[in-house]
Design a protein around this ligand. Structure first.
Ligand code: NAP
Ligand code: ZN
Length: 376
């Protein structure tokens, strides 16, 4: 048994948690707010944050240029703007893309003048500016881990920036911000969080504490995603969920984020990056497309079989049902020829995720998995 646990972000949850804790925004006199183009406003989170900043007498600059799968160059630009404006802290609002980007902006701001790629030389960096994070999707768990997944300009590749200074000082999780998210992204982000939970549970780095969070997260997500008929009635939002369902998904995603904070993720993640960057498949669906294969390969290992059985029983499901239902909900279809598969394997073969489950797939097996799922 092992109960090791480290997660230094202060997590504050619940409806209107920002206005109830507005005083926490007084982290300095100036800040930069990092967001995507629309969702921070549409979700209501930006309005709540600016009200809290106004009340605390903090000036702010809005940097709303973060796209999906944030580009390293755009984060560097945000960092320059933050440094020039004299910002003392950074507030990230949005899905995983703006939250991950905020971590990079906070690092660039504190290390003004470095070349973009130097951000990955973590030990040479000065500590980042302090961070506050507000998720508007229920998926990545970025609010409770230090990972910042950045897209390298012109390379069609993602690289993880992971610094001890990238934890949010405060993470505000208010499920109401996810209510403006449509069905497709709601399902995709829920699938992402489910992948975090199962991949974390099987990781050799998992502890009793991380597995507890993984089960809590997966159980809530499984129950919502397999609830059958879409909810009906006044309480149902644009994505087809009730507030109670949004709450379950939000806290489940945060729990998944805490689980991968200890363990990292498994091989569905790097394999999925190609589908996202090359074919535009949203991150969660791209990972969940590989959950069946993840289960099949890990079942070839006795420890993998044991952990999968234990995980499935803990969430009240059956392993074969999970292997079937999760990729089906992802509903990813495409045709990949042999040359494309080789190119995809080349791009992701050096990721560290392959060592992170009981069964360690080889390069040949990566190609086999792509071919089994999407081969011509
Ligand atoms: P996202 O890329 O942040 O956002 C996807 C889309 O949803 C965007 O168009 C966004 O609009 C919109 N959106 C977000 N919240 C909304 C809301 N409340 N209402 C309406 N629209 C909303 O999606 P994500 O799946 O949360 O994040 C994916 C990124 O996180 C990927 O880059 C992935 O690699 C990374 N990731 C990080 C971790 C981690 O541990 N740090 C884990 C998994 C994945 P706007 O563009 O207007 O904001
Ligand atoms: Zn993910």
């Amino acid at each position: 048994m092992k109960l090791d646990f480290y997660m230094p972000a202060r997590l504050i949850t619940g409806e209107n948690c920002i206005s109830r804790n507005a005083g926490l925004f007084a982290l300095g006199k100036k800040c930069v707010i990092v967001t995507g183009r629309r969702s921070a406003k549409a979700s209501g989170a930006l309005g709540d944050v600016t009200a809290a900043l106004d009340a605390a007498g903090v000036e702010y600059t809005l940097f709303d240029k973060i796209g999906e799968n944030p580009l390293l160059s755009v984060c560097a630009e945000g960092g320059r703007i933050a440094a020039q404006s004299g910002a003392e802290f950074i507030v990230g609002i949005g899905g995983g893309s703006p939250l991950d980007a905020a971590k990079a902006v906070a690092a660039f701001a504190a290390n003004d003048g470095i070349e973009p790629l130097e951000i990955f030389k973590v030990s040479a960096l000065k500590p980042s500016l302090p961070l506050i994070g507000i998720p508007t999707t229920a998926g990545t768990g970025s609010e409770v881990n230090p990972y910042s997944i950045l897209t390298l300009d012109g390379e069609g590749k993602k690289r993880t920036f992971n610094s001890p200074y990238s934890y949010f000082k405060y993470a505000f999780v208010d499920p109401k911000y996810t209510r403006s998210l449509g069905r497709e992204y709601s399902v995709s982000t829920a699938l992402d969080a489910f992948c975090h939970c199962i991949e974390s549970y099987l990781s050799p780095k998992s502890t009793d504490a991380s597995r507890m969070f993984a089960v809590y997260g997966a159980k809530h997500i499984w129950n919502v995603l397999t609830a059958g008929e879409q909810a009906q009635g006044e309480d149902v939002d644009s994505g087809g969920y009730t507030y109670a369902q949004r709450e379950a998904l939000s806290y489940a995603a945060t729990a998944g984020g805490i689980a991968i904070n200890t363990t990292g993720t498994g091989f569905p993640h790097p394999l999925g990056y190609n589908l996202t960057l090359d074919r535009g498949v949203p991150h969660g669906k791209a990972c969940a497309a590989f959950t069946g294969a993840y289960i099949t390969y890990n079942r070839r290992n006795p420890e993998g079989t044991r952990l999968l059985d234990e995980f499935a029983a803990a969430i009240g499901a059956d392993v074969s049902e999970i292997a079937e239902v999760i990729p089906k909900l992802a509903n990813v279809s495409m045709k990949l020829d042999a040359t494309t598969i080789d190119r995809y394997v080349e791009k992701v073969k050096s990721a560290s995720n392959y060592a992170n489950s009981p069964y360690k797939i080889t390069e040949r097996e990566m190609a086999e998995i792509y071919a089994e799922l999407f081969g011509e």
